[in-house]
Design a protein around this ligand. Sequence first.
Ligand code: ZN
Length: 54
Amino acid sequence: MLKDCRCGRCNRLLARVGEFTELQIKCSRCRTLNHVRAESPEQSPIKRRSSQPN
Ligand SMILES: [Zn+2]
């Protein structure tokens, strides 16, 4: 599934990406450097459990 990656300033469509965790992309229109982080909803519940303190 592709996600639209838009500029946070001018809302220009910068890219369409599939699987990613983190992305830095510069807008060619307003030259804002957009830093996008993909939220991963319950991708690895086991890892999440082990990351707890104790
Ligand atoms: Zn822009």
